[in-house]
Design a protein around this ligand. Sequence first.
Ligand SMILES: O=P(O)(O)OC[C@H]1O[C@H](OP(=O)(O)OP(=O)(O)O)[C@H](O)[C@@H]1O
Ligand SMILES: O=c1cc[nH]c(=O)[nH]1
Ligand SMILES: [Mg+2]
Length: 218
Amino acid sequence: MPPGTVRAWVVSVVHVVQHPLVQAELTGLRCRNCPGPEFRQRLRRIASLMVPAVTADFETKVVPCETPLEMTSGVEMTRRIILTPILRAGLGFLDGFFDLLPNAAIAHIGLARNEETLQPEPYYLKTPPILADSEVIVIDPMLATGGSAVEAVKRLVELGATHIRYACLVAAPEGIATFEAAWPDVPVFTAAIDRGLNDRGYILPGLGDAGDRLFGTA
Ligand SMILES: O=P(O)(O)OC[C@H]1O[C@H](OP(=O)(O)OP(=O)(O)O)[C@H](O)[C@@H]1O
Ligand SMILES: O=c1cc[nH]c(=O)[nH]1
Ligand SMILES: [Mg+2]
């Protein structure tokens, strides 16, 4: 197994992005005193720093290219990329991905976790046409129980997606296990696997409520 990957206890592999810049940004984000503007900037930078790892195996095709001096060849991405933030907190991850993947289309999926049942409640869905060969990247900073991620992938599969990957910032072991049981073929990329969940479904040590910290709703 390459460095930075962890064999989760079910079947597939979770990629932990261990780059020092990612880990240092994450530490700053976790701090309770990190103010909103800094939280948003750090999240955006981490998202960009994670893009190379998340897209490392994307297919390219050879294309001709004319420099000011002569003809040569280069590459371009073979497949259309669709970034799929899970609202709301996924929006905090979106710009950092969009900065490096400016030709991506965006699918928005609105899911709110019910505070009592911890089940995701769908409230919005707007996607571009999803072709079977589109590369779909689901983004959300937090993988807690895994319910929201499982539901988002289900929606995308129903719409025809076949190449899906999931990227988050902080994952709980419980969420990874649930996600992998539901979608064993969907690779997971995260910057950290934390200790576990508290009795309200929050990740420990985590970073608190990502949506509230991003949008000042606490
Ligand atoms: O793995 P889970 O247990 O499903 O929890 C994770 C979800 O919870 C948070 O969203 P939330 O529902 O709080 O909505 P918000 O982003 O609007 O705050 C987070 O952004 C994830 O989408
Ligand atoms: O710790 C958690 C769990 C779910 N959603 C969050 O924003 N944080
Ligand atoms: Mg929230």
